[in-house]
Ligand binder design. Structure first.
Ligand code: NAD
Length: 287
């Protein structure tokens, strides 16, 4: 194993002790795919930061209600779960209508819902291709479009934020790193890069900020086979210079910063939260 720390010295769970400050007080946030993994971590972090939160889920109603309870524990009173398939235009529009009924508006979208349907190229069916592009790319397009309509209608509310709205797209290191056997997923994330940057260029004059987070390996159900045995975990560490897996809270804290006025001059960037995975670790020993 590469690196200074040995396996047994690696902390199992990364747990920053510093509480999240209430930098999002009074802001209304929607997190898609918030019943699991990164979306769950982001929704709870936004709650800690003082935002009111809509917890979108597709199939995991019970898990979504558990996230709602966890957010209430942070002191947040305005939080509810909403079922919608983000790849379906009518369901996305209905989700925003419900949010506007309950909260009046939206300040922050974390467009996070995503999935994998892996196969070697010649075995990749059109159904697998369409499902992944539909949720990971079209879903983000639909959710961003509806949020921008409301940001533009409302404009800046100085009581709440310097910006008229914030979009945060969940990308991946695979917007940069090609991924054999996952062409649908990698293409969807490459698409997110240009979707995010083009929207950002278009709406920045309206004081709308658009950025992405590109996680590396974060410990969630989507990549369980990459971390749930010591052998798999050690193999994964070969790809991560920082020598630990990421936790949903690592992404949650990055999302709070990107959503807050602390990052008000940050537009159109992808923030890689990956323990150095995009540093080409294969070249550590001289290539
Ligand atoms: P996860 O499987 O734990 O969560 C995925 C979420 O997406 C779930 O809440 C699921 O309900 C939701 N979802 C799936 N299809 C949906 C649909 N049609 N409509 C609405 N919601 C839907 O996985 P995760 O790791 O938390 O992934 C979240 C995001 O982070 C994804 O976009 C993924 O590509 C990205 N990501 C994850 C990692 C990682 O290492 N875990 C790395 C890079 C990027």
């Amino acid at each position: 194993m590469r690196g200074i720390l040995k396996d047994q010295e690696l902390p199992e769970v990364h747990m920053p002790s510093k509480p999240i400050e209430k930098v999002l007080k009074g802001q209304k946030a929607l997190v898609t795919g918030a019943d699991s993994g990164i979306g769950r971590g982001v929704a709870i972090a936004l709650g800690h930061a003082g935002a009111d939160v809509v917890v979108n889920y597709h199939k995991g109603e019970e898990a979504a209600e558990e996230v709602v309870e966890a957010i209430k524990q942070t002191g947040c009173k305005n939080v509810f779960a909403h079922q919608a398939d983000v790849s379906q235009e009518d369901q996305v529009i209905a989700m925003y209508e419900k949010m506007f009924q309950e909260f009046g508006t939206i300040d922050i979208l974390v467009s996070n819902a995503g999935l994998q349907q892996d196969a070697p190229l010649e075995e990749m069916t059109l159904a697998k291709w369409n499902l992944v592009i539909g949720v990971n790319l079209t879903g983000q397009f639909l959710c961003c479009r509806e949020a921008v309509k409301e940001f533009k209608r409302r404009g800046v509310n100085k009581e709440v934020s310097c910006a008229a709205g914030k979009l945060i797209c969940m990308s991946s290191v695979h917007q940069e790193i090609p991924w054999a056997g996952h062409v649908n997923y990698a293409a969807s994330k490459g698409g997110i890069k240009m979707l995010m940057e083009s929207i950002s260029q278009e709406v920045a004059p309206h004081r709308i900020r658009v950025n992405s987070i590109a996680p590396g390996a974060i410990k969630t159900p989507i990549n369980k086979e990459a971390w749930d045995t010591p052998e798999a975990y050690n193999q994964l560490m070969e790809l991560i210079p920082y020598n630990r897996i990421g936790e949903p809270d690592d992404i949650g804290r990055a999302a709070v910063w990107l959503a807050s006025d602390d990052s008000d001059y940050v537009n159109g960037i992808t923030l890689f939260v990956d323990g150095g995975m995009t540093l080409y670790p294969g070249f550590t020993q001289n290539g």
